[in-house]
Design a protein around this ligand. Structure first.
Ligand code: GAL
Length: 809
């Protein structure tokens, strides 16, 4: 080839590449983040629905937003400490926006992922509707009421959370989940319009059944090509189906196709491999809609004798129940907050989440798909019979069918979702109405998804007294608590598949310890087991206290781990949550049930689970080593992957021990002398791990430990910074309670502070907080500025300040 020809060849390759790039498909469906530029005002403001309303004194904010978490704690709030002792009431949101001329022929809708509760929505003064359920996702069609071009539009949303109490836990108030604006062509995929199942999976191929609902909202008959493609995680096309269709005006069509994926890579807990399916609609070869649905290829089975298996591998469900709040952020559904929560749990060995007791956020499910968790997706805490005065029972008759249908339609494509729960501890289990309602709900679920078992979390374990069980239509029986009875279940519930849907309800405050550590206590005192309580509203973190209906962590886990027919368990709860501060009255205002505290700091029992539920080497030694001279102190160690643990005090051996029988921890009683406590775990004589705890001196400096090095400049990303109080030697000071003041500069802003103390009444939104048992937390969010974040932490009582920089992308 001559030089000229070579050049020409090169140029034409570059040209082709450029052309290929310029032809790269653009999304024709427009999905806009609609969270920014809202205004908000507490109280009732019906005048705000009008286009001409000014509202100049309204506060500007971004969604998602929870106004309850911004309030002050008070026993007087009608939410009561059970609901978090924070204000509720009524609030209005308003947003003025324009729509480009180019959208004149498009369909425009607004999607709300969750509004707590009783939301009512107006567009340009037109009433769109009401949605009482505070956890359900919904959408409204705005098309007929919009102004285009420079003329503005106004969306107004009334949120009414004033009827109290309406929940047994903290709910938050407001538009606390994401909002989107969606614009599509008149011929389009319907809202939640796809349903994917994988009816046959072998090593060689997976049969993917794909159902899509297409809607023709135009006045014309539409002829079109429907193309469905499956892409792997590297965006390579691995399957395809194409058909030609015809659709009359204002009609919809459900089209099912089978697509084969060869050598499928399965979705598993260790490697949650995701494909995606894209539907494209072409009219005369012009793309008019594209719609993407995630796909995970996996199969699972519940067995009455062998429990649960995933992709043929026997797998115990090692789950935790989670409420929806994100601690200091309140109900705000921020994906980075949820991701942190799930990472902490994943590290502990958790493989399943029960969304107690309501539809979760979209982000939680998306993250469970991506991170590899099994989800029990739960619909209700009550049916017709109430638990608290104004709970969902008042909306039951009118809304339960629609709410349940919408939950299933929204969530049925998530590979992580493997069970539908139609309720938690439902009152109707005790009377015959339980039979009728269970049948109705199971029918609703099955009509929309027959690939997952339907379960319900029951408390009554006498078959003839439990009418939900007697309906005979549950695929999987969930039982809450009463683990002593489990052994008998294969006889009592012959042939049934069984799961411990809720267990333990053990209580603890991070960093607080009462001796002797083996005095098991129940709240309220039951079966001669006292509950002594502490004046400072703390509960010992030696796993020794629980609600009387539950048990300590060790008690129930010892039972469940031995029973193969039990598919697994969900511990109540993974994290502390706002509200339900059993065992104390106000000022206690958040729960004690978490394995991790409200700020995200693990309590000691976290490591018991880690030693049992993971294969990573664990050696956790506690409590701290700051006691009265001569005091007898119990020292516990959780460990695994070792034959023995030897304990040393100031270099002197206090003996080696190993767990006997079904022990889950070791214990030594030692008379306190200041110095260093050291544990060494060994296997076959080789050291596996060493741990040291030092007697700390006076608090002397502030250590800042961020959970990430880099923050995205997207207005959403969060960095959680742990504050540790150290002495002059750098040892953690276990009782430090210094007041820490924060200053943040650059690309971030403070969105929450916490210390995990269940009776702390200072604001989550303050710029300062007292350390509790040596620790506190600050949460910083990207403010969109392209500057690194600088965090300074100071304390008035002479501590050496802490300062860190966090990079912003
Ligand atoms: C259960 C209930 C949970 C929570 C828990 C506290 O009975 O299902 O929602 O209240 O008790 O122990």
């Amino acid at each position: 080839m001559t030089e000229l020809l070579k050049r020409f060849a090169l140029l034409s390759t570059v040209f082709c590449l450029l052309v290929a790039c310029s032809f790269e498909e653009k999304d024709i469906r427009i999905v806009e983040d609609f969270n920014f530029d809202w205004s908000f005002k507490l109280g009732n403001h019906p005048e705000a629905t009008k286009l001409e309303f000014q509202g100049s004194d309204w506060r500007k904010l971004s969604l998602p937003h929870d106004w309850s978490i911004e309030g002050e704690f008070s026993e007087e709030h009608p939410t009561k400490p059970e609901g978090g002792a924070l204000p509720a009431g009524i609030g209005w949101y308003r947003k003025t926006f324009t729509i480009p001329e180019a959208w004149v022929n498009k369909l425009v809708s607004i999607e709300f992922d969750g509004v707590y509760r009783n939301s009512e929505v107006w567009i340009n003064g037109h009433y769109l509707g009401k949605r009482p359920n505070g956890y359900i996702s919904f959408a409204y069609d705005l098309t007929d009421y919009l102004n285009f071009g420079e003329q503005t539009n106004v969306i107004a949303v009334k949120v009414d959370n004033s009827l109290q109490p309406n929940s047994r836990w903290y709910t938050g108030s407001g538009i606390y989940r994401n909002v989107r604006l969606v614009a599509s062509e008149e011929l389009h995929v319907a809202h939640w319009g796809t349903y994917i199942t994988t009816p046959k999976i072998t090593e060689k191929k997976a049969l993917v059944n794909y159902e899509v609902t297409i809607q023709n909202d135009s006045r014309l008959i539409k002829k079109f090509k429907l193309e469905t493609k499956v892409y792997d995680a590297n965006d390579r096309e691995v399957g395809k189906a194409t058909t030609l269709e015809k659709l009359y005006p204002n009609k919809s069509l459900v089209k099912a196709s089978d697509i084969e994926v060869l050598n499928p890579k399965l979705w598993s807990l260790e490697d949650p491999y995701m494909y995606r399916i894209v539907t494209r609609i072409y009219e005369d070869s012009e793309l008019v809609d594209n719609y993407s649905t995630p796909l995970g290829i996996r199969y699972f089975n519940f067995d009455a004798e062998k429990g649960f298996s995933l992709n043929g591998v026997p797998t115990k469900i090692l789950g935790v129940c989670l409420h929806h709040d994100n601690g200091a952020l309140g109900a705000v559904a921020n994906k980075y907050a949820i991701e942190r929560k799930l990472s902490i749990l994943k590290d502990m060995g958790v493989n399943a989440i029960r969304t107690a007791h309501n539809p979760p956020s979209f982000e939680l499910l998306e993250l469970c798909d991506q991170m590899g968790f099994i989800v029990q997706d739960e619909a209700f805490d009550v049916w017709k019979k109430k638990k608290v005065k104004f709970d969902y029972s008042i909306d039951w008759d009118k809304w339960h069918k629609k709410d349940l249908e919408d939950l299933i339609k929204r969530d049925r494509n998530h590979p992580s979702v493997m069970m539908w729960s139609i309720g938690n501890e439902i009152r109707e289990q005790f009377d015959k109405t339980g039979i009728t309602i269970t049948k109705e709900l199971v029918d609703i679920v099955k009509s929309l998804d027959a690939t997952r078992p339907v379960t319900c979390a029951l408390t009554e374990n006498e078959p003839d007294k439990n009418f939900i069980y007697q309906s005979g239509v549950l695929d999987l029986l969930g039982f809450n608590y009463k683990h002593e009875a489990y052994e008998d279940f294969p006889v009592r519930f012959k042939g049934e598949k069984i799961l411990a849907s809720e267990s333990m309800s053990a209580l603890a405050t991070r960093g607080h310890y009462s001796m002797p550590s083996d005095s098991i206590q129940r709240w309220p005192p039951a079966h001669n087991m006292p509950f002594d309580g502490n004046d400072d509203f703390t509960v010992s973190a030696f796993d020794q206290v629980s609600a009387y209906w539950g048990s300590t962590h060790e008690e129930t886990w010892k039972t469940i781990k031995k029973l193969d027919f039990i598919a697994g368990l969900f511990v109540w709860t993974g994290f502390d949550y706002l509200g339900e501060p059993i065992p104390y009255p106000y000022p206690a205002r958040s729960s004690y049930f978490g394995i991790v505290d409200l700020a995200g700091f693990p309590k000691d029992v976290y490591y018991m689970y880690q030693s049992e539920w993971t294969n990573k080497p664990v050696l956790h030694l506690f409590p701290h080593w700051n006691w009265e001279e001569g005091q007898e102190v119990d020292i516990w160690a959780y460990y695994n992957n070792a034959d023995e643990v030897e304990l040393f005090l100031n270099g002197e051996s206090l003996g080696a021990k190993s767990k006997q029988d079904d022990d889950l921890h070791l214990c030594w009683q030692v008379n306190f002398q200041p110095g260093t406590l050291k544990a060494v775990s060994r296997k076959n004589g080789e050291v596996v791990l060493e741990k040291e705890i030092h007697t700390a001196g006076e608090a002397s400096k502030i250590e800042l430990v961020p959970n990430k090095e880099q923050v995205k400049r997207d207005h959403y990303d969060l960095v959680y910074v742990t504050v540790n109080i150290l002495d002059s030697e750098g040892h953690f000071v276990p009782k430090a309670d210094s007041l820490i003041h924060f200053e943040v500069e650059g690309g971030g802003k403070i969105v929450g502070v916490d210390n995990g103390y269940q009776a702390n009444l200072s604001s989550f939104k303050a710029k300062e907080i007292k350390a509790f048992n040596g620790k506190c937390l600050i949460i910083i969010q990207s403010n969109g500025k392209p500057e690194n974040i600088v965090l300074k932490a100071t304390s008035a009582n002479g501590l050496q300040a802490g300062e860190i920089q966090i990079n912003v992308d």
